[in-house]
Design a protein around this ligand. Structure first.
Ligand code: SAH
Length: 201
């Protein structure tokens, strides 16, 4: 994964590469999908959702630049895979998932594998998770047409949020990194992506 999929495609941060090496992606998949675990693509999980492509997970985390003392929020736990990788690089990860069945399974997988600095919560992540805010890092794994205001509000000073934005129905989504500096929040575009939609409720 590191030599063929990640390094040649722009993942250069050794901490991120190390975290990717340390998390067994197959453990986050149903048994029948496990033989595909090291293909560089998104794969089906329960509830019609997907586990993200490893390259996209690595590039998102690299762009968010997590630091050892950081508290991170993930919106869209899915399988729990990205939360697991992120948890290796910061102090605590709070991950919010709207599908209770996925949240329960991810939480069980994370517990079984010993990722004890990840907390999985059930809810609509477009409202963030106020009780642990502000966050130094926010990763959003589902695309919305605009950035939910609550997520901007919960971004710490100096914090980085990586989020796919559905600019129009005709175009691929725009993966962006938003950075807060005091009251100002600015973004730059990373690359086009295709995520499942951020659904409300
Ligand atoms: N990070 C995941 C990929 C998740 S796919 C992984 O590594 O496996 C996106 C997930 O976002 C899906 O599980 C979907 O149910 C969830 N989702 C969609 N809208 C949401 C919302 N408003 N709040 C929380 N989760 C949401």
């Amino acid at each position: 994964m590191v030599a063929e999929q990640l390094r040649p495609h722009g993942v250069t941060d050794e901490r991120v590469l190390g975290a990717m090496v340390s998390v067994p992606r197959e453990e986050f998949l149903a048994p029948r999908m496990r033989r595909h675990a090291y293909e560089d693509r998104a794969l089906a999980i329960e509830c019609g959702q997907t586990i993200s492509q490893p390259l996209v997970v690595a590039l998102m985390i690299q762009a968010a630049s997590p630091q050892p003392e950081d508290v991170a929020l993930e919106v869209g736990t899915g399988s729990g895979y990205a939360a697991a990788v992120l948890s290796r690089l910061c102090r605590k990860v709070v991950s919010v998932e709207r599908e209770p069945a996925l949240a329960e399974q991810a939480s069980e997988t994370l517990r079984r594998l010993g990722f004890d600095n990840v907390e999985v919560a059930v809810g609509d992540g477009s409202f963030g998770w106020p009780s642990d805010a502000p966050y130094n890092v926010i990763l959003v794994a589902a695309a919305a047409s605009g950035v939910p205001p609550a997520l901007i509000d919960q971004l710490a000073d100096g914090g980085r949020m990586v989020i796919p934005v559905a600019v129009s129905a005709q175009e691929p989504q725009d993966l962006r990194v938003y950075v807060r500096r005091g009251p100002d929040v600015m973004y730059r575009s990373l690359f086009p992506v295709l995520f499942v939609p951020l659904r409300s409720g």
